[in-house]
Design a protein around this ligand. Structure first.
Ligand code: HEC
Length: 135
């Protein structure tokens, strides 16, 4: 019995450790500040989504209560980097304003706002790599 338990630990520990940095409170705090400075004006103070502006598509909610949960971490990071202008949408690109660590910290902050149930479904669908490995 004991042997079985330690086997389980050995197998699952690296998986747990891998993605643990997304939960790191310092990353989340850092992301919160970056979000406030760069994203609030469009996506809302608590990422609840913004208003339609001059007939354009309204900035979606990023707090886990909308479509955002259907996108992989890679897709979300790419959207932050490149924005939507190349596809005829209007979110500006942030790759010149936020480096890749900052982009991930913002995403970590957004994840921290998601309801737990949504989060556990998301993690099953898109097992998170550690921040260092993610792109
Ligand atoms: C000028 C307004 C504006 C700003 C500032 C802005 N966004 Fe957006 N964002 C949008 C709009 C509008 C969309 C919908 C698609 C598009 O236009 O690219 C969007 C889409 C997104 C998406 C894709 C969501 C999905 O469900 O597909 C993510 C992720 C995102 N924004 C994150 C951010 C983050 C993080 C910041 C700050 C670093 C930010 N946005 C700043 C307007 C904005």
């Amino acid at each position: 019995m004991r042997r079985k338990q330690s086997f389980f630990l050995l197998v699952s520990l690296p998986l747990l450790l891998n993605a643990a940095d997304w939960d790191d409170s310092r990353q989340i705090e850092r992301g919160k500040g970056l979000y406030a400075a760069n994203c609030t004006s469009c996506h809302g103070v608590r990422a609840e989504g913004g208003l339609r502006f001059e007939g354009r598509r309204s900035p979606p909610a990023l707090n886990g209560k909308g479509h955002v949960t259907h996108h992989s971490p890679e897709t979300l990071l790419a959207h932050i980097r490149k924005g939507g202008t190349k596809r005829g949408e209007w979110m500006p690109a942030f790759e010149m304003r936020l480096d890749s660590k900052e982009q991930k910290a913002v995403l970590a902050y957004l994840y921290s706002l998601w309801p737990r149930k949504t989060w556990s479904r998301y993690e099953k669908k898109f097992p998170l790599k550690s921040m260092k490995e993610s792109r």
